[in-house]
Design a protein around this ligand. Sequence first.
Ligand code: TXA
Ligand code: MG
Length: 324
Amino acid sequence: MAEIIDTGSEPERAIERACAVLAEGEPVAIPTETVYGLAADATNPEAIGRIYEMKGRPRFNPLISHVSDMAMAEAHVTFDPLSRQLAEAFWPGPLTLILPQRPESTVHALASAGLDTLGIRMPDGFSRRVIGRFGRPLAAPSANTSGKISPTSAAHVEADLGAKLKLILDAGAAEIGLESTIVKVEGDAVRLLRPGGLDAAAIEELLNRPVIRLEAAGATIEAPGMLASHYAPGAAVRLDAVDVAAGEALIRFGGRPIAGEELATIVLDLSPDGNLREAAANLFDYMKRADASGARTIAFGPMPSDGLGEAILDRLQRAAAPRE
Ligand code: TXA
Ligand code: MG
């Protein structure tokens, strides 16, 4: 069973244990502001191999390399001017940049799935302190079995991977609750590979140009996180529900009641006040609770599609996609 250390009451022990386990080539579950990550030394192929094993994840999925500061980032990737502007404005934070890997970078090809680019991010919160002390980038996908919902608490990680993991750092609920926004700059064009915790509108405002959505770019699957049936709960998912049937769970938004909700196995409101940040932070936890209620189907009430609503709806559409 995994050891769990509370980072609030024992920060120093948490960092020391994490660095010791990472140095052994073992993954550690670490709290980031987006979701909990399953982190391992990005320069150690055996350690990265254990991430893929623990997640049961197909090998071709590249992982994000997490850094603690710009110096560490610049040792591994080269920044074009627009990407640098983004990093300066939004790091540490929920933004991943796809950048050319430097020839002298020691991040192993198993972390980048052999691509000549790296997905790189400076996370906020306790994980950044761990990386700073460890001194090398940490490769970290979300700390869940492949295809399942991303964990936003240490309890989620323990329930899913606790038997396989040595150590989980517990910093409470993830502040943002959605994975990072993934962006790739190509010349003058800024492409959104995955909507996420950073609102694309904030990027457009900073760079004063439109962010090109994947659909607009021809729907090539460049970030395999974009595969259709991803983020799937056990129950089926139905969107834009105007009513609820007996045996369904209901997740609604904005305090708006849905017809028949008294028949639902559970009724959860992502944000009764209609706040999309709050909704994002609750999303994965509520999907797990709806799943645990024994419902066949999770019905989602209507949600706005602006701001963070874009990323939330993206996750929901994937969860609702037909399963293989
Ligand atoms: O918030 C997050 O991003 C969380 C936390 C732990 O940082 N991590 C996360 O990782 O969501 P993961 O592995 O679940 O998703 C990483 C995504 C995948 O869709 C992957 O394909 C894409 O990043 N990616 C990584 N490197 C890439 C690259 N070089 N080119 C294109 N896509 C890349
Ligand atoms: Mg994931």
